[in-house]
Design a protein around this ligand. Structure first.
Ligand SMILES: *Cc1c(COP(=O)(O)O)cnc(C)c1O
Length: 365
């Protein structure tokens, strides 16, 4: 059982930091994947209190979850919908990202049936190679959709592939292509309220990508993909557990499955509750560090499903029941960035896997 603490003041601080970087733009906080593992509902409420005009979620089911929790604010379905989901998207007043004419047609039909205009955001693939009308499809798509009487093109958007890498020419290329798309949109007479492109990295690195709205995700969770001098984002998630066992193990004994660690001398070894089933990446085996009584303690042996063993040599007073800081604690060793580096991944994945599931006890302060 992991204790996952979510610091809402830190989340608010990060929203304000984004606002200071993009003062002229509306903020669409991206809270898909259960708020990157932080809890979508609490963050939705904080975001709306902060003044966000709209929330960014993933697929239809996440939009429905917002509605079930009585959050009525506009919500953009970033993952889009399948044609057969059009009626539900309308019923739950969700705003789909649209990148297919089939879906647009179904939404138009559902809108006609409901007697209203359905707001959508059109997405264009300017180089991400994922969702969006290609540049070849753009003119045809925009022309067709502009004619649909029950569709209201509220937004036009794209997504960057490499905005964290300022050396790469890709973002400038994508911006150039997007400008071309916006010309097409303008020629059709459409006047979208929101033009948006920037994820966290682009908000930090490419001011010209802010347009009228920005879509921060990871920066709001305190792990921006690039550093900016004089601007600090605060980590929002911290994770703790406790030592379930502490004992002395003699020299030359194996620790954990396949004995990938053998005690080089007599050792005090602690067993922490929480393992890969709780999102503690197995690649941290024999590499990661936790904190016990404020001191970094190395993970020894393979991370197990439910438990992790740590070397308590530096904390001779450690006892069963002691708190163990797994993530957070204000030191580099237990930061998401450090974890990600050791596990060969990115902080996004660390957050998404920790703090979810029935064994995580999430609390907010
Ligand atoms: C997830 C997502 C974002 C947020 O990206 P970050 O890198 O976390 O800031 C923005 N836009 C879209 C379309 C996304 O899917």
């Amino acid at each position: 059982m992991l204790n996952v603490r979510i610091d809402l003041a830190a989340f608010r601080h990060n929203l304000a930091a984004i606002k200071s970087l993009a003062p002229g733009a509306a903020i669409l906080p991206v809270i898909k994947a259960d708020g990157y593992g932080h809890g979508m509902i609490a963050l939705a409420r904080e975001s709306l209190k902060f003044g966000a005009p709209m929330l960014g979620v993933g697929a239809l089911e996440e939009g429905r979850t917002l509605r079930r929790e009585k959050i009525a604010a506009p919500a953009l379905l970033l993952d889009g919908i399948f044609p057969e989901e059009a009626a539900d998207a309308v019923k739950y007043r969700l705003t789909p990202v649209v990148f297919s004419l089939d879906v647009a047609k179904e939404l138009n039909r559902a809108g006609k049936k409901a007697g209203k205009k359905i707001a959508v955001h059109l997405k264009f693939d300017t180089g991400m190679g994922r969702l969006g009308f290609t540049l070849h499809q753009a003119i045809e798509a925009v022309t067709q959709i502009a004619k649909m009487k029950n569709i209201h093109v509220e937004g036009v958007m794209t997504h960057f592939a490499s905005a964290s890498d300022v050396q790469s020419p890709q973002t400038d290329n994508q911006l150039r292509r997007f400008a071309g798309v916006l010309e097409v949109v303008k020629k059709t007479g459409l006047k979208p309220l929101y033009i948006h492109a920037a994820n966290s990295a682009a908000i930090l690195n490419y001011k010209q990508s802010h347009y009228g709205m920005v879509r921060p995700g990871i920066a709001l969770y305190g792990a921006p993909p690039t550093e900016l001098k004089g601007l600090a984002f605060k980590p929002v998630m911290s994770v703790t557990s406790r030592l379930i066992s502490v004992k002395d193990i003699p020299q030359g004994e194996g620790i954990g499955y396949n004995a990938t660690y053998v005690t080089p001398r007599n050792k005090k070894v602690g067993v922490v509750l929480g393992g890969y089933a709780d999102g503690i990446n197995r690649l941290l085996s024999n590499r990661g560090l936790f904190l016990v009584r404020g001191k970094p303690v190395p993970i020894i042996g393979n991370v197990c499903m439910d438990m992790v063993m740590v070397d308590l040599s530096r904390v001779p007073s450690a006892a069963p029941g002691d708190e163990v800081v797994i993530l957070g604690g204000g030191v580099p060793e237990t930061s998401a960035e450090h974890w990600a580096e050791l596990a060969g991944t990115i902080p996004y994945e660390i957050f998404c896997r920790l703090g979810v599931g029935p064994r995580a006890q999430r609390s907010y302060k």
